[in-house]
Design a protein around this ligand. Structure first.
Ligand code: GDP
Length: 384
């Protein structure tokens, strides 16, 4: 397109799935002229002459095509036009084809988002937001999309300029302490349910998730693969794995459960170690508590135990995967183990490994009072 320095681009902003409406955004010097080439409004107002923000209803058709489409066009700025057409893939792809044939560059919504934001962290938050699986995760990502983390990093930059390295380091310590939480705004927390065969792992998983994801079998040690189920607890995304039953001799069963839970904890965020209320062995319980201090220990099948005596430590939870007794308390314990302190609205939270790596590097420079290097790290963090 002669005369324009940067190319005019078009991107579909809505997901490639069934939906009532799809939105194509056209941005650049030729956006309005391109829309006028294909679109005629019912009110005979051209996009060029329409006031900014006016919604125009009309007909979109390319020369030589037998049928066109009724749709809505809005000019959002002198160089931005949005076309709202029928949902689904076909209609928006046809519009893109027309625009591309007229010299418009087609780009993904991701590259549109990245190019639209000079602040790299804001762009990263906007890229993650559409895939946030729970409202809690989305709310915290939205805060970062609105600049919470970028503002905090800019504040740290000011502190560095004033040679106030101590307060800058405190702020960085706090930000880095939130990194594990931030990682889970885009990935679920991983929870492993471990314990001997037939203790009720699958049943408990089904009870928590609310549907029969795991197959419940009466036969101990029945070989199964590890089963996964993703759900939200208190609005936080979590993925459970039910470790498969393992065939071991009777006296090894509890040991094997502990070993499995230990191994699983290397990759998981939390292990739930289950014990059978109908077959409790106090020594093994003690050992399990000692060897897995960071796990949640659950005695299941309490509906079958007449008078259940749990260790006094208060570290054990009692459940029935059949009646549901104790399951709400277990869910509360899981949530408070995973997220001991929920950040406030508007709190700055790093949520990508790029940000965390950058913040660690910045921390090193701040600790060594290297102002120039620290300011350079800040530049990199904000303008990747
Ligand atoms: P897993 O091998 O540890 O996954 O155990 P399952 O969930 O397959 O359960 C084994 C058997 O114990 C099944 O018959 C379940 O119905 C039963 N079961 C599991 N949890 C409970 C419980 O809390 N109470 C009772 N009464 N039975 C349970």
């Amino acid at each position: 397109m002669p005369g324009s320095t940067t190319p005019t681009t078009a991107a579909v902003l809505t997901p490639p799935a069934r939906g009532a409406i799809a939105t194509v955004s056209v941005r650049g010097a030729e956006a309005v002229a391109l829309a006028d080439r294909f679109f005629s409004s019912l009110g005979k107002i051209s996009v060029c002459n329409a006031p900014i923000g006016r919604i125009l209803v009309g007909h979109w058709q390319a020369e030589g095509e037998a049928v066109g489409e009724e749709l809505v066009v809005a000019k959002l700025a002198d160089d931005v036009v949005e076309i709202h057409c029928h949902g689904g893939v076909q209609a928006s792809q046809r519009i893109l084809k027309h625009l591309a044939a007229s010299g418009c560059q087609v780009e993904s919504w991701q590259s549109r988002t990245t190019s639209q934001h000079s602040d790299a962290i804001v762009a990263e938050a906007k890229l993650e937001l559409p895939t946030a699986v729970t409202s809690q995760a989305a709310l915290h990502l939205l805060d970062q999309a609105n600049g919470a983390l970028s503002r905090e990093i800019a504040t740290i930059g000011k502190l560095v300029e004033e040679a106030n390295f101590e307060v800058a380091a405190q702020k960085l310590d706090h930000l880095l302490s939130l990194a594990p939480f931030g990682r889970h705004l885009t990935q679920p927390w991983l929870i492993v349910i471990a314990g001997p065969p037939n203790v009720g792992k699958s049943s408990l998983l089904n009870k928590i998730v609310g549907y029969d994801r795991a197959i419940v079998l009466d036969m101990p040690g029945t070989t199964r693969d590890v089963l996964h189920a993703t759900t939200a607890l208190d609005g936080w995304p979590v993925q459970f794995s039910d470790t498969a039953g393992i065939r071991v001799s009777d006296d090894e069963i509890e040991q094997a459960g502990i070993a499995k839970a230990k191994a699983a904890l290397k990759t998981a965020d939390l292990a739930i170690v289950m014990h059978d209320a109908t077959n409790l062995k106090p020594d093994e319980l003690d050992q399990s508590l000692k060897e897995l201090p960071s796990a949640l220990h659950v005695v299941n099948k309490i509906d079958l135990a007449d008078a259940l005596r749990l260790p006094d430590s208060g570290e054990m939870l009692a459940t029935s995967a059949v009646t549901g007794q104790g399951v709400p308390d277990l869910i509360s314990s899981i949530v408070s183990h995973l997220i001991p302190r929920v950040p406030q609205t508007d709190d700055p939270i790093p949520f990508t490994s790029r940000q965390v790596d950058g913040l660690r590097q910045l921390w090193e420079h701040v600790k060594q009072h290297q102002a120039d290097a620290a300011l350079q790290s800040i530049q990199l963090l904000l303008n990747a």
